[in-house]
Design a protein around this ligand. Structure first.
Ligand code: BES
Ligand code: MN
Ligand code: ZN
Length: 504
C-alpha cells in the first residue's frame, strides 16, 4: 500500500474516491460542507432524507456527485462532534478501509485525518491511520492452498492535513507508521506460523534474515551446547522433553555510539507450550503456539527500529524453546540450578516461561544494560485481571514504569501497572530449594513477576505480561495482534530522542 499526505480542498481532488466525515445527528464536517456547496446541496439533501445518521462507523457510498471531480464520495459517520476518541477513530478508519476495499476504487483521498480527535494531533492521526490501515489489510494465508484476494484492491491512499505547514509532520508520521506496521506484521507472521514450522530454530532463522537485510543488525544463536557451558540449566530443563533443540537468538542493533549501554528486550519464545508433564487440557491447546508471542514482539520491534534507523543500541533476545512431555522431560519435584546459582523447585511444569526467562535475564547481565524489558505470554491470571485491553506491567524502577505507561498511551497500545511488593514473595517459599516456580492461585501475574525479579537485581527492569493482548482467541477473528510492537517502538523512539517533526 502506498501512502502520502496532501493539503488541499475536497472539490479540487480528482480521485477514485474521497472520504469525508459526517457527525451525528446528520451534520456535515467542514470538509463535507465544502463538497455540499459545490454539489448544490446534493449531500445535505441525502442527509435530510435520513440516509446517514452519522453514528461512528456508518458509511454511505455515493457515485457521480454533481460538480465533484472524484468518481465517488464515501461518507463516514464520526459520531458526535468533539466526542471522537482514539478507539472510535481507529474504528472509523478500519470501516473506511474495509469499505474502500469492497468498492472498485484503487485509490482514495481521505479527509478523516482532519477530524478532531480528543487530545490528539495531526502526527498521531496520520500515524494511527497508517498503522490501522495496514492492520486491517493483514492476512495470513501463506498456508492456504487457494488464496482469495480482492479483485481490485486498494493501492494508494492520500491523507489530507489541514495546513501546508503540517505536511512534513504528516510525512514523518507516515514513515513512523509504516515502520511500526512493518514490525507488527513481522510479529504477526511469526506468531501465526504453526508450531510444526515455527520452532526455536525457525525463530533463529527469522533473526538471521534481519541480519541479512540491515547493516546495523548482527545476530548470534546460542544452542543447547553453549547453554550447557553457561550453566543455563533451568532454560535447558524446559526444552528437554522436546525433539526440537532450544535456541536463544541474540539480535544486536547498533544504531547508537559504540560504547552506549544497550537497552535489552527479552522475549519468551515458547514455540509450543503443552504444559509438559503437568499437561494442559485439550481445549484451545492449539493457541499455545502463541506462547512465543513475546519473542515475536521483540523481533517485530527490532525490525521497526532498524527500518527507522534509530540512533540507539538495542539488543533483542528471543528465548526459543518448546515445552513437551516425554521420557526425558523435566518433572514436578525436580530441583534446578539456574545460571544465577539460585535453585528452583519445580512444582508445575506448566509454569515454564519463568524458568526459561530467568536464565535469559541472567545471560543479558553480560551486556551491562542500561535497561532490560522482558515480554512474555506468562500467565493466564493476567487475562483474568486485565482482559484483552491492557498489557500487564511490573517494574523494579519507577521512571521506567512511567516511560512504558506513557509510550502505551502515545501509541494506543496500553499497559497497566501491577505492584511488585515484597509481600508477595512468600508465596514462592520452598522447603527444599531457594524458591518454587509456583505461587498459587492468588495474584498469579504478580508472583510470576516476583520470581523474575529475583534475577533482575543488577539493572533497571520491567516485565510486560502480554497473555491477554498478544492474540485474539477462537472464531474467525483469531490471530496475532502485533502487540506490543507499537508500545515498545514508541518507548525506543522516545529514548532515542527522535522528534515527530524532522524540522525541529
Ligand atoms: N503460557 C502460559 C500462560 C498463558 C495461558 C498465556 C493461557 C495465555 C493464555 C504459561 O506458561 C502457563 O501455563 N502459566 C500457568 C502458570 C501456572 C501453572 C502457575 C497459568 O497461567 O495457568
Ligand atoms: Mn505453561
Ligand atoms: Zn507458557
Amino acid at each position: 500500500m502506498e501512502f502520502s499526505v496532501k493539503s488541499g480542498s475536497p472539490e479540487k481532488q480528482r480521485s477514485a474516491c474521497i472520504v469525508v466525515g459526517v457527525y451525528e445527528p446528520r451534520r456535515l464536517s467542514p470538509i463535507g460542507e465544502q463538497l455540499d456547496q459545490i454539489s448544490e446541496g446534493y449531500i445535505s439533501n441525502l442527509l435530510r432524507r435520513g440516509d446517514l445518521e452519522g453514528k461512528p462507523g456508518q458509511t454511505l457510498l455515493l457515485h457521480h456527485v454533481p460538480n465533484v471531480l472524484s468518481e465517488r464520495v464515501l461518507l463516514v459517520g464520526c459520531g458526535k462532534e468533539r466526542e471522537l476518541d482514539d478507539k472510535q477513530y481507529k474504528q472509523i478508519i478500519s470501516k473506511t478501509i474495509n469499505t474502500l476495499n469492497e468498492t472498485g476504487a484503487m485509490e482514495a483521498v481521505c479527509f478523516l485525518t482532519e477530524q478532531h480527535v480528543k487530545g490528539r494531533d495531526t502526527y498521531w492521526k496520520v500515524r494511527q491511520a497508517v498503522e490501522t490501515t495496514q492492520d486491517c489489510l493483514y492476512t495470513f494465508n501463506e498456508l492456504k492452498s487457494k488464496k482469495s484476494d480482492p479483485r481490485r484492491p486498494l493501492r494508494k491512499i492520500v491523507f489530507n492535513v489541514p495546513t501546508r505547514r503540517e505536511l512534513t509532520i504528516g510525512e514523518s508520521a507516515i514513515e513512523h507508521g509504516l515502520a511500526i506496521a512493518s514490525g507488527a506484521k513481522l510479529c504477526k507472521d511469526v506468531a501465526n506460523m504453526p508450531p510444526n514450522i515455527c520452532n526455536p530454530r525457525y525463530l533463529g532463522e527469522q533473526a538471521k534474515s534481519l541480519e541479512t537485510e540491515f547493516d546495523k543488525v548482527t545476530v548470534n544463536l546460542v544452542g543447547e551446547k553453549e547453554m550447557e557451558e553457561l550453566g543455563m540449566h533451568s532454560y535447558l530443563a524446559v526444552g528437554r522433553g522436546s525433539a526440537n533443540e532450544s535456541v536463544m537468538s541474540v539480535i544486536h542493533y547498533n544504531g547508537g555510539v559504540e560504547d552506549a549501554a544497550p537497552i535489552v528486550l527479552v522475549g519468551k519464545g515458547l514455540t509450543f507450550d503443552s504444559g509438559g508433564i503437568s499437561i494442559k487440557p485439550g481445549e484451545g491447546m492449539d493457541e499455545m503456539k502463541y506462547d512465543m508471542g513475546g519473542a515475536a514482539g521483540v523481533i517485530g520491534t527490532m525490525r521497526s527500529i532498524a527500518e527507522m534507523n534509530l540512533p540507539i543500541n538495542v539488543i533483542g533476545v528471543l528465548a526459543g524453546c518448546e515445552n513437551m512431555p516425554g521420557s526425558n522431560a523435566y518433572r514436578p519435584g525436580d530441583i534446578l540450578t539456574t545460571m544465577s546459582g539460585q535453585t528452583v523447585e519445580v512444582l508445575n511444569t506448566d509454569a515454564e516461561g519463568r524458568l526459561v526467562l530467568c536464565d535469559a535475564l541472567t545471560y543479558v547481565e553480560a551486556f551491562d544494560p542500561d535497561t532490560v524489558i522482558d515480554v512474555a505470554t506468562l500467565t493466564g491470571a493476567c487475562i483474568i485481571a486485565l482482559g484483552a485491553h491492557a498489557t500487564g506491567m511490573l517494574s523494579n524502577h519507577n521512571p521506567l514504569a512511567h516511560d512504558l505507561l506513557k509510550a502505551g498511551e502515545q501509541s494506543g497500545d496500553r499497559a497497566w501497572q501491577l505492584p511488585l511488593w515484597d509481600d508477595y514473595h512468600e508465596q514462592l517459599d520452598s522447603p527444599f530449594a531457594d524458591f518454587t516456580n509456583l505461587g498459587g492461585r492468588a495474584a498469579g501475574t504478580i508472583t510470576a513477576a516476583c520470581f523474575l525479579s529475583k534475577f533482575t537485581k543488577k539493572y533497571n527492569w520491567a516485565h510486560l505480561d502480554i497473555a491477554g493482548t498478544a492474540w485474539r482467541s477462537g472464531g474467525k477473528n483469531k490471530g496475532a495482534t502485533g502487540r506490543p510492537v507499537p508500545m515498545l517502538t514508541q518507548y525506543l523512539i522516545n529514548r532515542a530522542g527522535v522528534s515527530e517533526n524532522p524540522q525541529d
